[in-house]
Design a protein. Sequence first.
Length: 310
Amino acid sequence: MIDQPRQRHLMAFAYTASVILVAGYTFWLYGMGKYHDLLVPMFVTLLLLTALLMHHSQALNPVLPRAILLGSSYIITLAAFYSHPSISTIWIGLPTAAAFFLLPLSNAFLLTVFSSPLWWLLTRHSDASSEIIIAYTALILLMALPPWEHARQRALLRATDPNDNDCNAYHIDTLKERLHNEFLRAAMLNKRLAVLVMHLPQLDMAEEQFGSRAQTALLGALCNEVNSRCRDHDLLGRADNATFWLVLPDTSESGAMLVRERLQRALSQRVLVETGQLETRIAVCLPCRNESFERYINRLEARAKALSIA
């Protein structure tokens, strides 16, 4: 749900390195006089340059440049096998690794499995076709192991440590930094911005009365509903122990009200064993025209305080 700053820097490095590598390969072909092989690398270079520029645009969905990068790896690999049938099968590892790097685990696994007949057709004339199949299967399992282990450890932490069970919610300092970026983007590009201030009154006493498991269940219920009913680029952050901010970029007041009603209805239908029906207080807060960021933060904090004593 949340695109971490470190991940954005890593992706920027991946796009830049891809452009440099493919562009360098294109110039090498040109220098070697292999003009008939230039078309695909030139096309892929333009695609990757487009992906790099799209990645630096805050207004675009980050899925688009990732899809371009993944598609480019398939294009250049297929072109290599088409132009040079005797090329080393190690090239198959390029799109396979890119799939696990750019996609969620389940999607990457399905893509690599369904694309396996394509690689088999390209290498079926090889004397070592059975070894290639075994190696490709081993590569899929090897690439799937790190993200699977990471997901398993995160699930274990969420199940055992209530302080880690923020369900990808930002810490307040990081949330304010991200909100500041969205605030500036909305002001410069004349975009809309809304924030839902959410308070869970049961969370203040859940651990004291029912133990850490009840607090974990409340946090999990909130974050699961937000994850399933909000967009990938919406930002959830924990302002204090029982108050959360949900930042909704490119959202009008009416749109924020719809999200509020949808979340409140869904959360009210969640019944937990220890605390019963989940109680949630949600308010919509939009920045005013020509309002400073500091004043907007003060209004958000005041709104959160008002919800906590309501």
